[in-house]
Design a protein around this ligand. Sequence first.
Ligand code: GLA
Length: 403
Amino acid sequence: MKQFIILTGLVLMSAIMQSQVKLRKELSPLPPMGWMTWNLYGERIDETLIRKVADAMESTGMLAAGYRYLIIDDGWQGGRDKKNNIIADPVKFPSGIKALADYVHAKGLKLGLYSDAAPLTCAGYTASLNFEEQDAKTFASWGIDYLKYDYCNAPEDSNTAKQRYTTMANALTRSGRDIIFGICEWGGRKPWFWASNAGGSLWRTTGDIRDKWKAKPGTDGEGIMDIVAVNGSLDAYAGRGRWNDPDMLVIGLYGAKGPSADLGGIGCNDTEYQSQMSLWSMMAAPLIATNDITAMNETTRRILLNPEVIAINQDAAAIQAKRIRSDAQWEIFLKPLDGGDYALAVLNVADTEQAYKFSTEDIGLSTGFVIRDCWEHRITGKKHAWSGKIAAHETKLFRLIKK
Ligand code: GLA
């Protein structure tokens, strides 16, 4: 009898956990979009900056375009109080995080925060191990909508990672507030196999992005292409509510001093930044900008706010593009869209301009499509074929519209 009760209890508990995971998957049915402090500001953050960014997200049209999450990365913490409640740095955030959340919520934005599955974060601040329930409650009481949960200072093995992430995800669920959970263990333990079941809506697949196109052979610091090399083949694991996260957008940073400028992060040109936008959209990646949006130039604005490209990222079919060609000349991705359209990205990997041509038949589709260039904002002709020149490192992004 006793065994029966224990068994029934276990079955019930596992059913509850399953349904919690299912609910968590509905928290971010489409890839989250927003802005994060880390790549440019690192630990140099405070409430004045966050308010300025919130204002700019509204006035630049970022919010209207879908960038809703304003995420404070590492460096906000001020330790714990006498009751072990985590507190914000009183110098950087004298009004407290709750006041900031109220400020951004009033604009229709959401607020994100950062912690780590160990006693200390990557930058050495107070983190959440063994305080998961208490911290989740605190975050919920402040009005936090998104938690990025890092893995510095934690053991290497996968089992511990799975367990620590699940513990925090369950604590977030029990807090009673809908808080998206971003898993950040850099891909080392292949989180695409387990992170969704551990309660994550997204999971980083690589190390930290640097503001560069590609690492020179034998050097550290991953650029856009190094990250595409990994994330581009993980399409099978992404879908509604579960996203591969190839790290933040470096668009518009131009090598500015900050964490993404080290290890050779000298900046990219605008063609390369535009390629990042195309590729991240095709990979159904979270679109998390990091540039100074209070002082964006026109090109950066045009890249980040292109509605046709954002529509491909946010498409309701929620499918990550499949890489259909990858060599020294071209990277080609195909993404099925809701309603029978497709998106096709053609990236010229070479360092010189190349000519390219394709027809929809070449990529296994029928002839019943017209082709729209999503950066030129025009239908390229009546035909189901395209030919033209593509600049070095440029990505042509087409919407194949079903006739
Ligand atoms: C790690 C993460 C980064 C950032 C820093 C903060 O390196 O991967 O994205 O959050 O920690 O210290």
